[in-house]
Write a protein that binds this ligand. Structure first.
Ligand SMILES: NC(=O)c1ccc[n+]([C@@H]2O[C@H](COP(=O)([O-])OP(=O)(O)OC[C@H]3O[C@@H](n4cnc5c(N)ncnc54)[C@H](OP(=O)(O)O)[C@@H]3O)[C@@H](O)[C@H]2O)c1
Length: 303
């Protein structure tokens, strides 16, 4: 059992949130964070209960979200690495999903970088996933036409029926590029990229003049060497903007995000799917399944 130092708390983890970001750390190829060393705990966020506190802002029994909890049942954390959660507003798992980093990534990427205008067409890959489903719903709230790209007819149906997408196309279809072009007759104003690979290429071909490409993730390329991207000719002629971002660089936007997202959640305008497995020992299979597209929504482990 770890012991908290001055300014730290001891946490019991109740829920782990699994994220593709852990896969990037399982490689020595250059990334935005240091690789996980052999023998080190795997990266992951958790909702936990404070068991012991040596920080003035936290007391035993408080529920918090820890950014660097890791795949384990207990951890110590400095107070400034914790966010208090409000279980009266939403159940704990939601604070790892729509009200957590997945939602924050969606909010920053779509609103700050994509800057959609009502009436514009927004395309989202991994459309029914933890980040993608929130992007789609915020874009609808902002009055956009929203088209998803997802793996299989089942996920496409969920995207339309549960998350309010206007249309959704299957990235496994051999006619993906044509299907997407048909679903976006005015072209794509904002392409929110979660997947990369064939989804990226299909969206690129349909970008409208002045379109914005927001690169949130490239999950199709995490297991393989990166795939060569499209040339710059389209970027020039259609006056496109391409922006990559990492959510932790925009953490100052969290208060605005929580204010907006809490309101939308209370009004029932945001839904979230959870893909829950039980026990720490279930984490590796759940994680691998997510990287193969077997998950339906935010992947969580109940401890
Ligand atoms: N920039 C940031 O700060 C930031 C923060 C959070 C997340 N992200 C990124 O956001 C993306 C989504 O993360 P998430 O946590 O919301 O996961 P998620 O979408 O809930 O789950 C991953 C999904 O990716 C899709 N996928 C997996 N392999 C694929 C492949 N080979 N080709 C196409 N799609 C594939 C699958 O959906 P389908 O079955 O629909 O294909 C799968 O369900 C990831 O790329 C992640 O790295 C970035």
């Amino acid at each position: 059992m770890p012991t908290p130092a001055d300014g730290e708390v001891l946490l019991r983890h109740d829920w782990l949130g699994l994220a593709p970001a852990a896969r990037l750390r399982m490689s020595e190829a250059g990334s935005y964070s240091a690789p996980t060393a052999l023998g080190e705990v795997v990266y992951g966020q958790a909702i936990g209960t404070v068991l012991e506190s040596r920080h003035p802002d936290f007391a035993p029994g408080d529920m918090v979200m820890s950014m660097r909890a890791g795949w384990q049942c207990f951890s110590t954390a400095a107070g400034d690495q914790l966010n208090r959660i409000d279980p009266a507003l939403a159940p704990p798992p939601v604070w790892l999903g729509a009200l957590g980093t997945s939602g924050l990534a969606a909010y920053i990427g779509l609103l700050d970088l994509g800057q959609p205008i009502a009436g514009e067409t927004v395309v989202v890959s991994a459309a029914a996933g933890a980040v993608g489903s929130v992007v789609g719903q915020i874009a609808r709230i902002k009055g956009c036409r929203v088209v998803g790209i997802a793996g299989g007819t089942d996920k496409c149906r969920v995207a339309v029926e549960e998350f309010g997408y206007d249309a959704c196309v299957d990235h496994r279809s051999p006619t993906l590029a044509d299907d997407l072009a048909r679903a976006c007759p005015q072209g794509i104003d904002v392409s929110f990229e979660n997947a990369g690979g064939v989804s990226r290429d299909a969206a690129w071909a349909s970008m409208a003049q002045g379109g914005r490409v927001v690169v949130c993730g490239l999950i199709a390329e995490y297991n393989d060497p990166q795939i060569a991207g499209p040339g710059w000719y389209t970027l020039l002629t259609r006056r496109l903007t391409v922006r990559g971002y990492i959510t932790s660089d925009h953490i100052h936007r969290r208060d605005a995000f929580i204010a907006d997202m809490s309101g939308w959640w209370r009004q029932g305008r945001i839904r979230m799917r959870q893909d829950v497995s039980v026990g720490l020992e279930s984490a590796p299979a759940a994680f691998i399944g997510m990287l193969q597209g077997h998950n339906q929504g935010k992947v969580l482990v109940k401890l």
